[in-house]
Ligand binder design. Structure first.
Ligand code: TYD
Length: 201
């Protein structure tokens, strides 16, 4: 079976990191070789860029932010994601191209076509096989965050715009599923697994 590239998307504090761990454990238990990773980050340079982008005390222009995130994405795709898939490993990734469209496009108001072009450049057209959007009402996302970083310091309106973006974007993405992020962790995992093919079957 061809290795799958699976992306988890959703607002801050929607449970992506927990699901990344639970999904990785569940798939490993089924004997699936995999790499679990995240954006921004996933490479040593990417993690350094992540620190710069998220630091609450380093304000930057929205375009600078986009370029740093997209730069980190290119490193990630070339050094981690493509090599893993080539080696037959599944890749589970928290956030990818849709985050840039939802946050920098809908959230920050940057030109969406520009973001699409930059995403295309950074990924060389590598799209995920499955996307799961852990959806949360903006007020819940807002309340769950504790202003840990620059994005989490944004207001309710920002989270509302990001959610509108996600829900609009997801409609045109193949094999994308919206999962209710207010469900228990076990149920969210169950829904994700139900959409995935069972390896070896
Ligand atoms: P993440 O580590 O997923 O944070 P959380 O677990 O709180 O959801 O992402 C960190 C922040 O980076 C998040 O607030 C969204 C932001 N981000 C963008 O704005 N654009 C992007 O393309 C990516 C990948 C992340």
């Amino acid at each position: 079976m061809k290795p799958l590239f699976i992306v988890l998307e959703g607002p801050d504090a929607s449970g992506k990191s927990t699901q990344l761990r639970l999904l990785s454990d569940a798939l490993s238990a089924r004997g699936v070789p995999l790499v679990a990773t995240r954006e921004p980050g996933g490479t040593p340079l990417g993690e350094r860029l992540r620190e710069l982008v998220l630091a609450p005390d380093s304000p930057m222009n929205p375009l600078t932010e986009l370029l740093l995130i997209v730069g980190a994405r290119h490193e990630h795709v070339e050094k981690v994601i493509r090599p893993a898939l080539r080696d037959g490993k599944w890749v589970l990734c928290s956030r990818y191209t849709l985050s840039s469209l939802a946050y920098q496009g809908w959230g920050r108001g940057l030109d969406r076509d520009l973001i699409r072009r930059l995403n295309g450049l950074a990924t060389g057209g590598l799209d995920p096989d499955y996307v799961f959007l852990l959806d949360l009402p903006p007020a819940v996302a807002y309340e769950r965050t504790r202003e840990r970083d620059r994005f989490e310091g944004e207001g309710l309106e920002f989270f509302t715009r990001v959610r509108v973006g996600y829900l609009e974007l997801i409609r045109s993405v193949p094999r994308a599923h919206v999962i209710d992020g207010t469900l228990s962790q076990e149920r969210v995992l169950g829904e994700i697994l139900a959409h995935l093919p069972r390896p070896g079957i």
